[in-house]
Write a protein that binds this ligand. Sequence first.
Ligand code: GAR
Length: 198
Amino acid sequence: MSRRVAVFISGSGSNMVQLLDSMTGDHPGRPCVVLSNEPTAAGLDKAQARGVATEIIRHQPFSGDRAAFESAVSAALAPYAPDLICLAGFMRKLTGGFTDQWQGRMLNIHPSLLPKYKGLNTHARALAAGDSQHGCTVHEVTAALDDGPILGQAKVPVLEGDTPDTLADRVLVQEHRLYPMVLRRFCAGDRTPVHLTA
Ligand code: GAR
């Protein structure tokens, strides 16, 4: 039986597209729903164009009550009965109440070589630190932000003259390689970390 995969987004959904498009043929997972907290997220149209159901749960009406927002998310998810959640540019922090419920069944992609640069502005921080290598990480989600067991990393060299935008563009190319590869293995029960280089 295929694993039913829900994908959470907040924006353009380029990682989501890669995940959805990878789940065909003998892949052990199939998308069941794409959920966004942002009604204008461009990724919603891309999911619909691929015939994948979408749900929008705005966070603003919950005025910072994260648990109430997450209850609404859980209620929206329930009819799709997902086995796994992939966070793909989902820009809301999740509480321990939600992450505990999905422990071992929720993945995230983060644009840094964790444990470096948890949180935001990762590309600018890597440049400011003078790093010669940067990259991205797919990890299991736990209650701590951008933490949890690492399932894969892709390294990207920092080049002379890089700006946060040029570096982000090259990291994104590697995100698109790494996340589908990790998801396929994870759906098949393989949690051995993947290591890629650009
Ligand atoms: C990606 O770079 C992803 O790693 C990052 O947001 C971008 C989403 O792009 N995620 C985070 O920063 C989460 N902490 P996408 O919507 O085109 O996939």
